[in-house]
Design a binder for this molecule. Structure first.
Ligand code: G6P
Ligand code: MG
Length: 219
């Protein structure tokens, strides 16, 4: 039976995917790399340096930059991103998620955060939802980022649960793969075609609800 939930943060709880994309888009423009739908969804879920590599590779220019230059670009993106997230308030919790968190809590289900973002603790604090979670995975302490299973596997350990007792929620393809590879039950939020590998799909955060998840799983 299901005993806990592991949450991705950006695009699932926090309305911050637009800020990641805005900050990367600015870097791409400076480098004269065209932005695309593929980049928009491709950067979701993957760590900072992998996002930069995806952008550089989309234009075939990754080897034109030294490691030091790439570090500088990634830092510059994060500085801009941090400026954008400094304005976050509890109103930036995505629609329906306040209610969903409260519902899980009322049902004694435990929760942890499975985000690739090093900014996760800061964002949870700004949104004032830190208290719902027994712990936050530190992405700098896991071997591999999403789509590898490590981040979601660690999120189950934090909950002190077996993977099959955990439901993972994600808005990215990389994240759904991570959940599935970790042996947990995947819930995709967003385009069902793109997130077809998810066990359960919801079109938006507003649609996510415990009763429907229970019904799907005969739990
Ligand atoms: C999340 C976002 C990604 C981002 C990653 C790292 O997974 O969906 O777009 O690249 O976190 O975030 P950070 O805040 O550490 O740069
Ligand atoms: Mg996400």
């Amino acid at each position: 039976t299901i005993k806990g939930f592991a949450f991705d943060l950006d695009g699932v709880l926090a309305d911050t995917a637009r800020f990641h994309s805005q900050a990367w888009r600015q870097i791409a423009e400076e480098l004269h790399i065209p932005w695309s739908e593929e980049l928009e969804s491709g950067i979701k879920g993957i760590d900072r340096m992998s996002s930069l590599m995806l952008i550089l590779n989309s234009a075939g220019v990754a080897d034109k930059y030294t490691e030091a230059e790439k570090e500088t670009l990634a830092t510059r993106k994060n500085d801009h991103y941090k400026e954008l997230i400094s304005t976050l308030t509890p109103d930036d919790v995505l629609p329906g998620m306040h209610e969903f968190l409260a519902d899980l809590k009322a049902n004694n289900l435990t929760m942890s955060i499975a985000s690739a973002s090093k900014n996760a603790p800061f964002i949870l604090d700004k949104l004032q939802i830190s208290d719902y979670f027994v712990g936050v995975v530190d992405p700098s302490k896991v071997k591999a980022g999403k789509p590898a299973p490590d981040i979601f596997a660690e999120a189950a350990k934090i909950l002190d649960l077996q993977p099959e007792e955990v439901v993972g929620l994600e808005d990215s393809e990389a994240g759904i793969t991570s959940i599935n590879e970790a042996g947990e039950i995947s819930v995709g939020i967003g385009d069902a075609m793109q997130l077809h590998a998810a066990k359960i799909n919801f079109a938006s955060t507003n649609d996510v609800n415990l009763a429907q998840i229970k019904a799907h799983l005969n739990w």
